[in-house]
Design a protein around this ligand. Structure first.
Ligand SMILES: [Mg+2]
Length: 225
């Protein structure tokens, strides 16, 4: 950090909230409700993250559309999901992730946002997500902390594409150097914003504390210019 920012821009998934109790549990529940036998949530977790890594390397990357999510769901279940149930299971999963019960707000988040706001920082969201994000943040009672919520699918570009940072910066009407972006993906939340001339901090919940990363959001409160 070189100087105190005016705007603090936050990523959402892995930064403010995480799937709860896990992606695998939600997928297994949805499949079971659709008539499939019980599947091991841990196996589904592993397969989800493997599929996630795969789809992000496809030409064009992951575009956060319903079609892209449906493809990811199919890849996660692989042969465990019969073709005639794929749509039903996908719709169920899509809907379940609109619900606040399947998300956990990291414990330090509300206090940290409250304190940052009381210190006069302008708080915003910049997230790779889809049309479910703003209603979800409302359900979780997180939306009121933010003066603006930029959702990549509405912009048409996703972090780390430079366009999404340009669009956000224009909306916020601020010089690039006065924005600090904080998130958990090195490519999307550190390299992308740094390229755009923003300041950036990586949330690394595995516990690393370095000049460029913090172990949880609460460490933002230590910022000094
Ligand atoms: Mg994230």
């Amino acid at each position: 950090m070189t100087r105190l920012p005016t705007v603090i821009s936050l990523d959402v998934g892995g930064t403010l909230i995480e799937p709860w109790p896990s992606v695998g549990v939600v997928y297994a529940d949805a499949a079971h409700a659709a008539g499939l036998p019980e599947l091991d949530p841990e196996m589904l977790n592993r397969q989800f993250f493997a599929a996630w890594r795969t789809v992000r390397k496809l030409p064009g990357g992951f575009d956060y559309s319903r079609g892209a999510w449906a493809d990811l769901v199919r890849r996660t279940f692989a042969e465990a999901l019969p073709a005639d149930l794929a749509d039903v299971v996908f719709e169920s999963i899509w809907h379940r992730f609109t619900r606040p019960e399947v998300w956990r707000v990291f414990p330090e988040v509300r206090d940290t946002l409250e304190t940052l706001k009381s210190r006069g920082f302008r708080l915003t969201v910049l997230s790779n997500w889809d049309e479910r994000l703003i209603p979800l943040l409302k359900e979780l009672r997180l939306d009121t902390f933010f003066e603006d919520i930029v959702v990549s699918s509405a912009v048409g570009f996703h972090k780390p594409n430079p366009v999404v940072f340009q669009v956000a910066q224009k909306r916020w009407g601020i010089d690039s150097g006065k924005i600090l972006h904080v998130g958990d993906s090195e490519a999307e939340d550190f390299l992308g914003p740094t390229e755009a001339g923003w300041q950036a901090l990586l949330v690394d919940r595995s516990g690393t504390d370095s000049p460029d990363s913090i172990p949880d959001l609460g460490h933002i409160l230590r910022l000094r210019g």
